[in-house]
Design a protein around this ligand. Structure first.
Ligand SMILES: Cc1ncc(COP(=O)(O)O)c(C=O)c1O
Length: 385
């Protein structure tokens, strides 16, 4: 039921804006709204035999169904036999894949440089008797440690280092060894990258970031081909109950209507900011996969349609980075990324990433590009004093 595209008016070849505004909309019903409002229900009327689709609120909800259709249409346009499941957060979605697919004695390959909650998942997997191997994202280093693994989790581009790996090549290598492949698509969004078309079995993501883009909801999802692995993921969602509230699901769906406009604006401005930072003497280690001379660009340009809204770079010291963040007027100092309001943080303050003390992750929002570039350059200069 969930996530199989049903929006018949829209062709998979329609433009991204057209597909985003219409994604997941049900067939029009006279006197009903275009996007039905959130359905608040712990249970549904259910006389007689307890057959679905809607029985109990932890298992299914009509508001999720619309959202799951929307995400599925964007992740795998025109692909039949694909389903999407929404979750309470990105970590709920990623954990559902890890913990539903792996058993004691299995081996899994995780990114060594991925999102900073992955080490927590690693410790838990190891406590359950699962062997965890890690490899850096750059240079497709995962291939070296794939033998005998049951699952490969790729994060590309990686957060916060913005390295990229060759998803198609890694998926082929993993499948040749009998391993499933999950790709964390958070940074790219489904308009930037389609992991299933590149050969992955699952696209997993935090919808908290650019997918929903307003910094006001937590959400996650898993898209995958219909079959046993997705059935296990669904079962896992039911067991742990890591479900989104109907209001969050509805807000997410409403936000997806503007996804193409937001990503095009934010990503173009991210490139403008990266270009403005390039060559600045105070800045080292500048990374943006859309910059033609970025180490990730060659592979990224083969598999990504858009390069994301995150730019990272390093200032000489922790104090310099703190002064820079303090001097910014249009950029909020906050964690997370992808929102319409720019945010930045000194990533080292959390202690979980292997980054220099002066490393800054900047998430570019929907402000006017000239204003944002001017603010960043002014803050750079002011932070010198
Ligand atoms: C790449 C990536 N994956 C997963 C997550 C986790 O998402 P959530 O915070 O929605 O659980 C994050 C959060 O920053 C992330 O950056």
């Amino acid at each position: 039921m969930s996530g199989t595209a049903t929006n018949e008016g829209i062709s998979p070849d329609s433009g991204d804006g057209t597909r985003a505004v219409r994604a997941g909309l049900p067939e029009p019903v006279k006197y009903e709204p275009t996007l039905p409002g959130p359905v608040f229900a712990a249970h549904f009327h259910l006389p007689g035999e307890p057959t679905g689709p809607y029985t109990y609120g932890r298992d299914e909800n009509p508001t999720w169904t619309h959202l799951e259709h929307a995400i599925g249409e964007l992740e795998a346009p025109g692909q039949d036999g694909v389903e999407t499941l929404v979750f309470a957060s990105g970590m709920a979605a990623i954990s559902s894949v890890l913990f539903s697919q792996l058993r004691a004695g299995d081996a899994v390959v995780l990114p060594g440089d991925g999102y900073q909650a992955l080490p927590l998942a690693r410790a838990q997997l190891e406590a359950y008797g699962i062997e965890v191997r890690t490899a850096p994202t750059a240079s497709d280093a995962q291939i070296e440690v794939l033998d005998g693994a049951k699952l490969l989790l790729i994060e590309s581009p990686s957060n916060p280092g913005l390295d990229v790996c060759d998803i198609r090549k890694l998926a082929e290598a993993a499948h040749a060894r009998g391993a499933l492949v999950a790709v964390d698509n958070t940074l790219a969004t489904p308009l930037g990258q389609r992991p299933l078309a590149l050969g992955a079995d699952f696209s997993v993501a935090s919808g908290t970031k650019q997918l929903t883009g307003h910094g006001d909801i937590l959400l996650g999802y898993v898209t995958g081909r219909t079959g046993e692995p997705m059935t296990s993921v669904r079962r896992w969602r039911k067991i742990v109950g890591a479900i989104p509230g109907p209001m969050e699901a509805w807000l997410a769906h409403r936000s997806i209507a503007t996804l193409q406009m937001r990503v095009d604006r934010q990503n173009a401005t991210a490139l403008a900011v990266a270009e403005a930072l390039r060559g600045r003497p105070e800045v080292s280690g500048l990374r943006y996969p859309g910059l033609p001379d970025d180490p990730s660009h060659k592979v990224a340009s083969l598999q990504m349609r858009r390069y994301g809204c995150v730019v990272s770079f390093t200032l000489a010291t922790r104090v310099r980075a703190e002064r820079f963040l303090d001097a910014l007027r249009l950029v909020d100092e906050a964690t997370s990324f992808g929102g319409v309001r720019s945010t930045a943080e000194r990533r080292g303050r959390w202690g979980g990433d292997a980054v220099p003390e002066g490393f800054v992750r900047l998430s570019v929002g929907a402000e006017d590009p000239e204003d944002l570039v001017a603010d960043v350059l002014r803050a750079l200069e002011e932070s010198e004093r």
